[in-house]
Structures are given as C-alpha cells and as structure tokens.
Design a protein around this ligand. Structure first.
Ligand code: ASP
Ligand code: MG
Length: 418
C-alpha cells in the first residue's frame, strides 16, 4: 500500500485536477490511498462562514463565491450534466449552508463543523473524476477512520482506535481510496480538525496505521530545498534527509512539511517522498533512515514577524525555577510557542511569533509578578551546518539581539537595518 497526499495547490483548477489524475494513473493498479486537501484557498473562505465570524447578511455572497468556484471546476471536468457529481456536490453544499446558518456555540467546535466541507467537496469531485478517467475507486469519510479526542481545531489522535478503524474500513484488495486530509472525528460523531495545513499529518497517520510501504507528498516545489525559494535565489535540493533532521527542520519552521508528520512515519520506518506535481518523473527528496543529509549543505530557515520578549521579576528576585514555572505555565495555557529562549540571572528572554492578541493576554497573566519588555519586527534566522562566513552574510550588518550556537545549528535574532 502506498499513500499519496495532494495539497490545495495541486487541485485548485480543472487543469490541476487533470494533472493530479494523470499522476494517480501512473500508479493505478497496486493499492493506493490518496489523501486530498480542500481546493485552493477554500479553507480560508470557509473560515469566514463559521457561525458568529461574519454578519449573516454576508453569508449569501460568501457561499456564492464557494459555489461558483467549485461549480466552475466541476463543469469543466464533467461535460455530462447527468454525472452523479452534480447531485453529490449540491447535497454537500446544502449541508454546508445549513451548518453556516446555525446559531454560534463555541468557536473551535463550530470551526471544525464548518471548515470540513472543503475536504468533503474536493474529495467527492476528485473521486468522481478518477472514475470518469477509468480509475474506479472508493471514496471514504475519513471522520470514521481517524479518531481524535474533542480538542477542536487541534484534535489529538487516538492511534489505537484509528488503526482498528483503518484496518476494518480500508480493504487492501481495493486499488484506490480517496479520503480527506485535515479532518477527523470524535467518538460521539463530531468533526474535528488536525490544525491548519494538517493534511500531511493525516497522510502520515494513515501510512502508520496501514503500515504503508511509502508515503508521497506531491508539492509545487521539486523536493525539500535548503532554503525557501521565495526568498533565496539559489536553492539546493536535499536528496536524502534523516528522520530526525526532518523533525528538527520542521520544528525550526521549515514549511515544506507539517511538523507532526515525520514521527508516525519514522516509528514504522516508512520512507516519505516529497515530489513535484509539476515534474512527477523527477526524483524528489526522501526522508528515511539515513545518517546524514545528502548533499551536505547549509540549511536556512528564516522566520519574520518575531518579537523578543524579556520577562523581568518585579521584586528583583533572580530568575529562578519558581519564576520560570509561572512563565511556562502562562505560555502553555495560551498555546504560545517559544521559538528561542535565553535566560540570565535577572531576566528571561524568548522569541515568539508576533500576535497582538496573545501578547496582551500573556502580559495580563504575567503582570502581577513581572515587567515585560518587547522588541518587535525582528527576524529569527536558523542555520544548520553553518560557518562564520555564512552567518555574517545572513546577518548583513543588522543588529544581533540574541545568538545561540550548538555544534550544528546557529540561531540568531536580528533587528531590521536602521
Ligand atoms: N485545507 C487545510 C488547510 O488549508 C488543510 C491542508 O491544506 O493541509 O489548512
Ligand atoms: Mg494546504
């Protein structure tokens, strides 16, 4: 069994869907599970339809936008108006409209019950299209396969139950399954999601549970690059990446894979391929049981919109364990991730993503005991396999606020040039 994941960009137009189907065609015949995201930017649009987010007067226009986008793709792919895709789509769309008109309850719950329609619609369309192209397949509702707890918007997976359900519902003799990424279900039948961009993780969960021979993420880049091509002119493709290296890179902020994706794959020694859906015959990158990356080259991860926060005890006590405990409890409660930390006797500094709302909440929580200082508009640069020359080039004369180095990794917080 192989598991493929196609993201929103790989199915965002009629031609993209045709291209995706041509890739599936090459592998059709031996068991394949295809995990698909919502088409294009559908999830962003659905977020606006979560009850309570926008005035209901705006709903008809938002719904119309989503309807005509999907209908445009369907009409292009299915010239026969009697194709069952039309009825299936309208049925799903009615359910979405009904969900959007529900009275608001809690935001996270409403969010999951609403945004799931992106993946339900995309997989329905794609399943019908693959059938039309001579690839009979089974559409499955992944909410009956991937089980999570009721932590809405960030469901935590129950792997035992998921494995049991996957083995019961996925017949290895069936050549092709089409399932939704990103969404899952609770024991009492509610929809959950796995966090934005979570479809990679869905594919990894299914690969783990079905003991897949390999998993492939089809992307709009040729593989795992040593830097983000949007900002670096000369990138190098990394051909082989050890599992732990991939986990570290995702942790530092490499956006090519979702951070939770690698662990389930590693636990079952499954190889994870990253390939280009634009050049499907080219070798991509493989994450697997390697000792080092190949080729060995510096890797760059740049995070912008960073804030350096210094937390100082008001009573002039030292930053000791009890103070740190209070700070970490506040961070955990607010779900704020420290991208880098440093402490001295008198202050504790941490670099976090800039988010006005969360920063205010953090300040409120810490105000009784601490003074907070901010430094905004910073960049956090992480370089694996660095040299001093590379650091100097990257810093390019900007002020360095914090710097940390291990044998392999340098992390530097820099300000903007004056
Ligand atoms: N459709 C979801 C999102 O846009 C999940 C994914 O694409 O992985 O976040
Ligand atoms: Mg996506």
């Amino acid at each position: 069994m192989k598991v493929f994941k196609f993201g929103g960009a790989s199915v965002n137009s009629p031609d993209a869907v045709r291209n995706m189907a041509a890739i599936v065609q090459k592998y059709y015949g031996s068991p394949l599970v295809v995990v698909v995201s919502a088409m294009g930017k559908t999830t962003n649009r659905l977020e606006q339809l979560v009850p309570g987010v926008r005035p209901t007067a705006e709903h008809p226009a938002l719904l119309e936008q989503l309807h005509s986008y999907h209908m445009g793709i369907i009409q292009d792919l299915f010239p026969d108006p009697k194709n069952p895709v039309y009825d299936d789509f309208e049925r799903l769309f009615d359910q979405l409209a009904r969900q959007a008109s529900q009275p608001a309850s809690t935001y996270n719950f409403d969010y999951d019950q609403t945004v799931c329609f992106g993946e339900l619609m995309s997989t329905s369309i794609i399943s019908h299209y693959l059938t039309l192209q001579g690839m009979p397949n089974q559409w499955a509702d992944v909410r009956h396969i991937i089980r999570t707890d009721d932590h809405y918007r960030e469901g935590r997976v129950d792997f035992d139950c998921t494995r049991e359900q996957a083995c019961r519902l996925i017949d290895p003799a069936c050549p092709l399954y089409v399932v939704q990424g990103f969404i899952a279900g609770t024991a009492d039948g509610h929809t959950t999601t796995l966090g934005r961009e979570g479809s990679d993780y869905s594919a990894a969960i299914l690969s783990y549970c079905l003991e897949a021979e390999s998993m492939t993420i089809w992307k709009d880049v040729p593989g795992f690059l040593n830097a983000d091509p949007k900002f670096f002119p000369n990138t190098v493709k990394i051909e082989q990446i050890p599992y732990n290296e991939a986990i570290e890179l995702a942790y530092y902020g490499a956006s090519v894979i979702h951070p939770k994706t690698v662990k389930p794959i590693q636990n079952k020694h499954i190889s994870l391929h990253i390939k280009s859906f634009l050049q499907p015959d080219q070798e991509g990158s493989v994450i697997g049981p390697y000792r080092t990356i190949r080729p060995l080259t510096p890797l760059y991860i740049v995070k912008s919109h960073q804030v350096l926060l210094s937390v100082l005890p008001k009573d002039f006590s030292f930053i000791a364990e009890d103070n740190l405990q209070t700070i970490f409890a506040a961070l955990a409660e607010l779900n704020i991730r420290a991208n880098l930390m440093q402490n001295s006797a008198l202050s504790f500094s941490l670099c976090i993503d800039d988010n006005e709302l969360l920063l205010n909440q953090l300040r409120e929580r810490l105000a009784p005991q601490f003074r907070l200082r901010y430094n905004r508009n910073l960049q956090l640069i992480t370089i694996r396999y660095y040299t001093q020359q590379i650091i100097d080039q990257m810093v390019a004369g900007r002020p360095i606020l914090v710097q940390q180095r291990s044998r392999t990794t340098a992390q530097i917080v820099v300000g903007t040039t004056e």
